[in-house]
Design a protein around this ligand. Structure first.
Ligand SMILES: *Cc1c(COP(=O)(O)O)cnc(C)c1O
Length: 439
């Protein structure tokens, strides 16, 4: 039996994994066309035919709306600015609360703070890691104005139940789809199910334009407000004769023409890239999921998982070791990095509960938490979301070994690493015990 790399043996593989470079001739040609035109961005921040951008931006929005089966689409320069404009467009402000997820990237919880509102963290579902509808409901009060949910890691949230709750309490629903383009819930793409959906086109996502975001909605009023917020709305409303000018003060969230041109080509590749992720994930889940104490990602009935990450749960009662020890052993067997990327593609816990960050612990945003209009008493105590904390500190680990660039040989190496660690479980237990004694 080969000795674990963690305790001095040789690893299963040292050769770095291939990068998922999706940029090809198509993107290069598209960029050259824009460069040759001399029009790198055509926006004008007043009521003018170019208020909504140039030809590439408009074409990209049209194609995105068609692909996602929604009525309106607005290109922006990031998912983050998309979430901020969505909160603004939903007329959320001081004194209001927005229910958000603690188990995600940070922007979703900051979005309400930007507008002087307070983020309230609900707990997650222990199978999908998306917001748990029961916890959403338990956090609703007269101050609640919206639910900002995330289809995390590529699996959709339980939209039927959440939309019914939102309807009953007259709440807006904003879907953060950064990790879930073309993920499907009961026959519908996510993003167009709630009031607004926001996608990311940053470098780490399924497809990218370097930086970028796409906002979708079927609501013409929200679409207009988002356009105003994207592009200096306060200077536009008079000329445009907009009646409802509440909080249409604008930012510059505009996507340039080059990024839009790249996005048009990337979108064509998206369905195939997703299918390859699913195929690789299924192959790995099938084998890794059979190991005792490991639960592979759950895919709920009627849902399509698009695998931004592949999430596993690790049971220390069954295996006799802590998840972190297991992941350390795996990391020692395989290269954790991908060519030209700076973050490891395997890790314990996924995302630390957001409310434990200093900004919440120290309530560093005076306009929101100390606002005279705010009559609530939001809590950010440790223990607030027990499922999230258990998933982060004890059970979940994620990897991206299912990326489209991974060949069958790459996947075999991954499987061999898991098997090798399992064969050496007793040695790993000893290692863990010795480590806890010396610490
Ligand atoms: C990547 C990501 C974001 C931020 O996207 P940007 O385009 O970088 O602003 C927001 N939410 C989630 C869930 C993400 O994964």
């Amino acid at each position: 039996m080969a000795k674990l790399a963690l305790t001095g043996g040789s690893p299963v593989r040292t050769k770095i994994f291939p990068q998922s470079n999706t940029i090809g001739e198509e993107e290069k040609n598209a960029v050259m066309k824009v460069l040759n035109s001399g029009n790198l961005s055509q926006y004008v921040g007043s009521w003018n035919p170019d208020f909504s951008g140039g030809p590439m931006v408009k074409e990209f929005e049209k194609k995105w709306a068609e692909a996602l089966e929604v009525e309106f689409c607005m290109a922006v320069n990031s998912n983050t600015s998309g979430l901020y404009s969505s909160i603004g467009a939903c007329d959320i402000g001081p004194g209001d609360e927005v229910i958000v997820s603690p188990y995600t990237m940070t922007a979703g919880a900051i979005a309400p703070l930007i507008y002087g509102a307070v983020p309230v963290f609900a707990d997650i579902d222990e199978d999908t890691f998306c917001l748990d509808p029961k916890s959403i409901e338990a956090n609703i009060n007269e101050r609640t104005k919206a639910i900002l949910l995330v289809h995390i890691c590529g699996h959709p949230s339980e939209m039927d139940v959440i939309m019914a709750i939102a309807k009953e309490h007259n709440l807006k629903v904003i879907e953060d789809c950064a990790q879930s383009p073309m993920s499907v819930y009961k026959g519908k793409f996510v993003g167009g199910i709630g009031d607004v959906g926001v996608f990311s086109l940053n470098y780490h996502k399924h497809i990218h334009t370097g930086e970028g975001g796409m906002i979708v909605t079927n609501d013409p009023v929200l679409a207009e407000k988002i356009q105003l917020i994207r592009n200096h709305g306060e200077a536009v409303v008079e000329g445009k004769k907009t009646k409802d000018i509440w909080n249409t003060f604008g930012f510059n969230y505009r996507m340039p023409e080059i990024e839009a041109a790249i996005g048009i080509e990337q979108l064509k590749k998206l369905p195939d890239l997703i299918e390859r992720r699913i195929e690789n994930a299924n192959f790995l889940s099938e084998i890794i999921g059979k190991l005792p104490g490991i639960t592979p990602p759950v895919v709920k009935d009627g849902c399509k998982h698009v695998y931004y990450q592949q999430t596993f749960k690790f049971n220390k009662e069954i295996t006799g070791i802590h998840r972190n020890t297991f992941v350390d052993a795996l990391k020692a067997e395989l290269p954790t990095m991908v060519l030209r990327e700076s973050t490891p593609i395997i890790g314990s816990g996924f995302a630390p509960p957001l409310y434990l960050q200093p900004i919440y612990q120290q309530r560093l945003h005076k306009c929101s938490f100390n606002c005279p209009r705010y009559e609530g008493a939001v809590s950010y105590e440790r223990g607030l979301c027990p499922v999230t904390e258990r998933m982060f500190f004890e059970e979940v680990f994620t990897h991206e070994f299912m990326r489209p660039s991974f060949s069958k040989t790459d996947l075999e190496d991954v499987v061999n690493a898991y098997h090798k660690v399992y064969e050496n479980m007793n040695e790993l237990k000893e290692y863990e015990m010795k480590k806890s004694v010396t610490v």
